[in-house]
Design a protein around this ligand. Structure first.
Ligand SMILES: NC(=O)c1ccc[n+]([C@@H]2O[C@H](COP(=O)([O-])OP(=O)(O)OC[C@H]3O[C@@H](n4cnc5c(N)ncnc54)[C@H](O)[C@@H]3O)[C@@H](O)[C@H]2O)c1
Length: 366
């Protein structure tokens, strides 16, 4: 495999997602020679990557401006956004300057919105350091913050100039976060690129080894699918076919768990249970075979992902699924499979069917 892989995302603007080991040298060309100042937005708890990349910024002749923000979701607030604007204003950021978002999906979501909103848009580079960030959050141009009313309610579609996925960053990521990120990768395996499932099934241990060929291949395959989906459907306009909605496979139930659990669950864990739920719903509605539904559970379990959720919570989960849908102005509709790799839609299913699928993922009380 070549040392560095470039995956193009096309649309209003075209940019590359770069995957490999040790990618600092790729950063200089993304910054360009006409940039005077570069903000490095990073979690205060993880200053190391930002300090290292500041050296690369300096080597281009630009001035690095380190902006430390709270870790994780605490970064995605209007207050932190304002703090970032203040920092850019004080450092005199102009149209020709740039922002780099370094961290997990929360940090790159915030940094993306800072870049999108400052002077109506300045150059943005993402350096995701979690698996979820690499295969999902930093690819596709969605940026934003939360409000007290809910997650990701304020934001913008804003394409970066480039995304650097340096797999070396994953070596410090706790195993639990690595495993959680895998849920989004296998989701893509179920809907689109079934080779992903073959790779995980062949050797689940290698799939979770950040120095292995299989993990790199999984990351690249998942990014290729997301890049191709968002290139076709940049703003969720759904010109025909499923468009970007295919990325929501397993996500309606996952969002319901996240809401009911007040966002204390890792997104990937919720997605994993959501995948087990949607496989059951597919089977119970006569669209997916028993074997294909069982394959969902086997792949998720092999990676150490959860496939069950507390019993007795159906009314809350149903309400939460309805809220999730309301934001789209639709009746309940699910991306569902008519076989592995064959996504379709299920609209307005019977509540009894949803309850039966929930029963299949419910934890049996001891
Ligand atoms: N924009 C999108 O399209 C999109 C898609 C999916 C998710 N998201 C967003 O992404 C966020 C979740 O992202 P996440 O799962 O990366 O969580 P996160 O950003 O909260 O990061 C998880 C934790 O890992 C730490 N961390 C980051 N890199 C590390 C490393 N290399 N080693 C050790 N620790 C490290 C972080 O500091 C944090 O504590 C959510 O806010 C979600 O809304 C956005």
């Amino acid at each position: 495999m070549p040392n560095v892989t470039h995956i193009a995302v096309t649309g209003d603007t075209t940019y590359d997602v770069v995957v490999g080991h040790g990618l600092d040298s790729e950063l200089a060309s993304l910054i360009g020679s006409s940039t005077s100042r570069v903000a490095l937005i990073h979690p205060a708890t993880r200053p190391g990557d930002a300090r290292r990349l500041a050296t690369v910024v300096r080597s281009t002749g630009a001035e690095p401006v380190l902006i430390a923000v709270p870790d994780s979701e605490a970064a995605k607030t209007a207050d932190v956004l304002t703090d970032c604007w203040t920092a850019l204003g004080r450092a005199g950021f102009t149209r020709s300057d740039a922002v780099i978002g370094i961290g997990g999906g929360a940090t790159t979501d915030l940094a993306g919105f800072v870049a999108a909103s400052w002077l109506r848009g300045i150059r943005l580079i993402h350096v995701p350091t979690t698996l979820l960030g690499m295969v999902d959050a930093a690819v596709g141009g969605k940026t934003g913050i939360n409000t007290s009313e809910g997650k990701n309610l304020v934001g913008a579609f804003y394409a970066p100039a480039g995304v650097l996925c340096d797999l070396d960053a994953l070596s410090t990521l706790p195993k639990v976060d690595l495993v959680a990120g895998m849920a989004e990768i296998v989701k893509v395996g179920f809907t689109t690129d079934t080779a992903i499932l073959d790779i995980v099934e062949a050797d689940p241990v290698a799939a979770l080894d950040v120095h292995s060929g299989p993990l790199r291949e999984l990351v690249e395959r998942a990014i290729r699918v997301k890049a191709s989906v968002v290139s076709e459907d940049l703003r969720e306009a759904r010109p025909g076919g499923l468009g970007r909605e295919v990325l929501n496979y397993g996500h309606t139930f996952a969002h319901a768990i996240e809401l009911v659990e007040r966002y204390t669950w890792r997104h990937g864990h919720a997605v994993s249970v959501g995948l087990a739920f949607i496989a059951s719903l597919g089977r119970l509605s006569g669209r997916l075979s028993d074997a294909d539904a069982a394959r969902h559970r086997a792949v998720l379990t092999a990676l150490g992902l959860p496939i069950t959720y507390a019993s007795g919570r159906f009314p809350e989960l149903l309400d939460a699924m309805r809220i999730d849908k309301k934001s789209r102005g639709d009746l309940l509709r699910f991306v569902i499979l008519d076989g592995i790799g064959r996504p379709g839609l299920l609209e307005g299913p019977d509540i009894a069917l949803l309850e039966a699928a929930y029963a299949e993922v419910s934890e049996v009380s001891p």
